[in-house]
Write a protein that binds this ligand. Structure first.
Ligand code: CA
Ligand code: CA
Length: 226
């Protein structure tokens, strides 16, 4: 894993930063602006795989940010493109890994990911990533941080999930040809709140909370039955 001297130094400060994180429920990725369309998308080669995983909408032209301190795991999961595309991301956070680079190297879809890396991010950060292509006709770079060429970026999500902790970033490298398939390079992004990583909650706490929810549902349901 690539590391700079500043990364190593920042890791030494990580504990102090993690302890300062406030707990915020249901906060993660935030998509600002853009236009939303339902899935499947015409001519998207991975419609079956994407909708089968519960993703039901995509925002094109939007900008991605995060609402709290945490970590983003990025995974290259596939591509359908005649061009060579790549993905760069960089963190402004003072702790953890601060850079990553992915290239498309398998023209297929694998949700587990062919390659990945993790970045630290801070609350209210605009996520600093871009897609580039060797297609001279592409809008390149599609840069989320500077909001350049965002019409080439598609952000897939599950509208029913409540909090946006898992999304797909889809690159459209033929935007001038009105291709609009947004799978010329696909990257899965998962957000993990900072407080869950240094000090995970004991399993018993989750079981207790889930038990209460299940009990409440059990009590309410009979009155709704026909
Ligand atoms: Ca495309
Ligand atoms: Ca394509």
């Amino acid at each position: 894993m690539y590391q700079t001297k500043s990364t190593v130094f920042a890791k030494a400060c990580g504990l102090t930063l993690a302890l300062g994180v406030a707990s915020t429920a249901n906060a993660a990725f935030v998509v600002n602006g853009g236009s939303t369309q339902g899935l499947p998308i015409v001519d998207n080669s991975f419609n079956t795989e994407i909708t089968g995983l519960g993703f039901d909408q995509m925002v094109s032209g939007g900008q991605l940010s995060v609402s709290q301190d945490g970590f983003i795991d990025f995974f290259y999961i596939g591509a359908e493109s005649g061009f060579n595309n790549s993905f760069n991301a960089e963190s402004s956070a003072l702790s953890g890994n601060n850079k990553g680079f992915l290239t498309e190297h398998n023209e297929a879809f694998n949700f587990s990911g062919y390659a990945g890396f993790t970045l630290s991010v801070s609350a209210n950060d605009i996520v600093n990533f871009n897609f580039t292509s060797d297609n001279a006709q592409a809008l390149t770079p599609v840069d989320n941080f500077s909001a350049s060429n965002l019409e080439g970026l598609g952000i897939y999500s599950n509208s029913q999930s409540g909090s946006l902790t898992q999304i797909l970033l889809g690159y459209d490298d033929q935007i001038f040809n009105d291709d609009n398939d947004f799978e010329d390079m696909l990257v899965r992004a998962e957000f993990r709140p900072a407080q869950t990583t240094p000090v995970p909650l004991p399993a018993a706490v989750w079981l207790f909370g889930g038990g209460l929810t299940a009990l409440a549902g059990f009590v309410r349901r009979p009155s709704r039955r026909h």
